[in-house]
Design a protein around this ligand. Structure first.
Ligand SMILES: [Zn+2]
Length: 102
């Protein structure tokens, strides 16, 4: 579950700042070595030059994800017995962390 996945990161941070919510900017100490950072920089540059790029990519992904999921089902993926979300175990990690039980 990613309730803020369509909200740009900067807007989430601004909202948190304006509402005096705790901000956690601590990142992985090895993130500077990750290809993910290069992609983030590339996407941010592209977003500045062509506003709406990130949303268009997410929207496109959402459109094809159902088709891809049917064509290439993930083996070993089942539903959490508590919340029903996809997971690889009987109980998902979110339910375990929240202390949910049957
Ligand atoms: Zn669950």
């Amino acid at each position: 579950m990613k309730p803020l996945r369509q909200i740009p990161e900067k807007e989430v941070a601004l909202y948190a700042y304006l509402h005096d919510l705790p901000l956690g900017f601590g990142g992985c100490p090895y993130s500077h070595e990750a290809m993910r950072k290069e992609i983030r920089v590339l996407l941010n540059d592209f977003e500045v030059k062509h506003p709406g790029t990130k949303y268009a990519l997410l929207s496109g992904f959402d459109k094809i994800s159902g088709i891809l999921g049917r064509e290439f089902p993930q083996e070993g993926l089942s539903e959490c017995s508590i919340c029903g979300q996809a997971c690889t175990a009987e109980i998902c990690q979110a339910c375990k962390l929240l202390g949910r039980s049957k």
